[in-house]
Design a protein around this ligand. Sequence first.
Ligand SMILES: Nc1ncnc2c1ncn2[C@@H]1O[C@H](COP(=O)(O)OS(=O)(=O)O)[C@@H](OP(=O)(O)O)[C@H]1O
Length: 386
Amino acid sequence: RTPLSLPYDGRPCYEPANTPSAELLGLCRPSFLIIGAGKSGTSSLYSYLQRHPMVLPARSKQTHFWRYDYSGPGSVPGYYGNFPNATQLGSGGRVTGEASPGYLPSSESASRTGEHLKGVRIIVLVRDPVERAYSSYKYNYVNAILGDVRARGVRSRRRRREREAKVGIDGHMEAINAELEEVDKRRLVTFEEFVDAEMDYIRKCMQGRGGEREGVMERCFEGRDGEDPSEQWKSIPKTLVDERGVRIDRIFDTNGNHLVRSMLARGMYSSQVDVWRRHHREENVHVMCTSDLDVREMGADIVGEKIDEVAAFIGLEKFDFEPAVGAIGVLNHGSKPGYERATAWDEYWKDDVDPNLRAKIVSFFKELEVWTGWNEYSALCGWSAA
Ligand SMILES: Nc1ncnc2c1ncn2[C@@H]1O[C@H](COP(=O)(O)OS(=O)(=O)O)[C@@H](OP(=O)(O)O)[C@H]1O
């Protein structure tokens, strides 16, 4: 284990001797950025790294500054305000960093950080793209809808108290179930419907782009250059008619719509990682498999060693992460609503994607190898082709 030297020669903070402008004095830069992929264990990795004695936490784990809030060099000092200052971090080898999973698909974030944070260590987690997409479906779509329902019912303590006083706990549960039934599950768009629609859209959007990578995600998924990502849902039926002829309106709008529209695209790692490799030196980009974080599969000792490899990449001294990994476990897992018994939600939460659907997605990833890098990453991380 040979740690790399620390970014910024071990002086992440602007001091009188190295500050390019007075307004930066006393502010500190992040030494590492966990840039994604979303739904790939970024929260867990960030928490594990925090246990290293030389790592100090940011005020907020994710800022998404370089993607959404950067508006020229004048906006950068405000960003540094998210991190410990020079008095807190000092120049004794302590580091800080953030984890914003929205950075990976953003070419602009790659170029802006390449310019302002030269030498920062970039950490990318890659997860089996089928599992990643399904996790996004559950979290950004199904859970977002349930979240709305629960916000009106279970989560509202006041309503709960009022109801319980009137009808007791059983009556309260009945009322909640009635609310859940309001969201007839036929109203939910299925994972397969979204996936089919997105595959068609990606094929169309990638057509004629050759090996072009920079900005492809922005063009296809943020509606630049006349592309319209909302096009992809046009083919999904907006309404269904049940056996009694009653119209069922399906639910499309959630606050994570842009994420639901790029469930597959965000797993097309090769094009995204290459953009980061181009704006940061190759040796400053570290790719790690989500499966190497999985304490349930690998055990805390092995995962601890994998985290220590990341620590060495950041430039930190050896540390035993095993106890931290064991204690923290797996973050952001599931968010199961807990009402499966009363309703049929579990149908939407089963942990495995149907094998036929998986095969269809994998073959799509192979077809678009130049953007997905399926062969390279499946070999690296051991993802099954079946
Ligand atoms: N240590 C470890 N090992 C393996 N898998 C893990 C780990 N930690 C989190 N996870 C799974 O990653 C999913 C959450 O990822 P993120 O924390 O990146 O989500 S987010 O983008 O910040 O919302 C979420 O996936 P799903 O459960 O499939 O939804 C987590 O279960």
